[in-house]
Ligand binder design. Sequence first.
Ligand SMILES: [Zn+2]
Length: 79
Amino acid sequence: MRYICIKCDVIWIIGEPGAELSGGLCDRCITQYVREKQKRQGFDDCFRKATEICSKIECSYWEHCMPAYTNYAEGGKKG
Ligand SMILES: [Zn+2]
């Protein structure tokens, strides 16, 4: 599937590139968006800045912030 960012028009492909184009936010725009939200809520804008596993597992952005470690958090049940 091909995706187009509704904010900056960048196009990316996940899996097989098909003719269909789906709208969404690209990684860069998601990161910006979440960091702004964190700052507004009075938290550190730490989204995707962590260099190792973040200890704030209760954070609502944790899974998106740490996609490489999602398996770890779920006990490795995914693929
Ligand atoms: Zn974008």
